[in-house]
Design a protein around this ligand. Sequence first.
Ligand code: FES
Length: 474
Amino acid sequence: MNDRISMPLIPGDYAGLPPGAARCPGPSAQDIVARDENPPPPVLRESRYEFLGDADIDYRRYTSREHYEQEMTHVWAKTWQWACREEHIPQVGDYYVYEVGPHSVLVVRTESGIKAYYNSCLHRGTKLRPEEGMGSAQELRCPYHGWTWSLEGRLKSVPCAWDFPHVKPEAYSLPEVKVGLWGGFVFINLDENAPSLESYLEVLPEHFRDWDLGQRYTELHMGKVLPCNWKTGLEAFIESYHVLETHPQLLHGTGDANVQYDLYGDHVTRFYAVGGVNSPHLDKPLGEQELVNTMLIGDRSVVSDDLVVGEGETARIVMARFLRKILGEKYATDLSGVSDAEMIDTIEYHLFPNMILFPGVSLPMVYRFRPLGMEPERCLFEILFLRPVPDSGQQPDPPEMVLVGEEESYSVVPGLDPVLARVYDQDTANLRSQQLGFKASKKAGQTLGNYQEARIRHFERTVDRYLARAAAAK
Ligand code: FES
């Protein structure tokens, strides 16, 4: 790009402000949305940031087997994680196997509600279901010797029971894993002393009061194994600092350096990127009509009078109005009350440890980053698109995950917008190089921006807090 504005490039040029107080020159996200025709909800009009320090983040957190094992025990076995959507298990007997690191959990819909069990037979440990995914059964039968439990987890039968007089059925019910429900997601927690899901979610229930993800259905589910630690992957998606270099094609149409970053409790952070605007980095910004003409998200094949910027209008207003119409028709739902911001902006929440939620309408994704087995330098990155349930209430069955090969482009995924496929390809290309670079470095850790990368620091601080809690309990 040759039209980037020349901002001072040497950090010392901004010395004098308190750490964390500097912001990108130009209009902020709040300045921009203040001019919207359909104003955003109050939760998007607030901001919450604090300076969390500027020490480097040690690379060993992403490469060390010892650190990884600590996380498996003290983070993954202690935190709430979404296992599946409720629509994955609509009928009694439907189950979903959720795996993270070495942990495997069998989530089952029973007559008494949704239950979850450790996916391990009480005879000799075999997994009751061999791998991640959906299924249906009227009882839970181990494939090795046939011990069988009811859906409620009670031991029903043991082949050659005469050989097991020491097995008392009442002591051989399947051990349960805690379950919580929110927004159409089924969460599990392996810690029997875990706090309630509701308290764990902090501000999310309040912020999502009008973004009921329980009224969404899964339109698309894709996954890709990434050659990097799960935190390396996740951290690439909770900052927009990289847009300038990695996704220059987005600079006409998306705020980047003026993204707002919000830090809530230990488990929740947010970023808020306004759409339908020029990047503050551009020296020659596009006019309002030009911005509409280069709109990157949505159906670009449509030419319509609706896409003409009228007197006194902005590109944001026109794009939001257009998307409200075409997406309302496509998904047979009334979007007339949805604000401009919710239609076109990128609103992204992170729920610790590995869930990223986008409540907006045109970018309705959920991301999940999962450690794979006991391999510190590999993870599974999943992307779901959650669309509004039609006003009729009719919705399709959830799709199976499309697994994109490690060397494959996201463009192979049927139904994925090619613009987004390119963005995901650009993101994932960085990750292998970064993971390898951690080990090639003479320097010991990452140096983070005080504001734009504050969510990374906040996230790593929460990891540390879980590890410290475990150490204190010894
Ligand atoms: Fe499950 Fe033997 S290991 S029945």
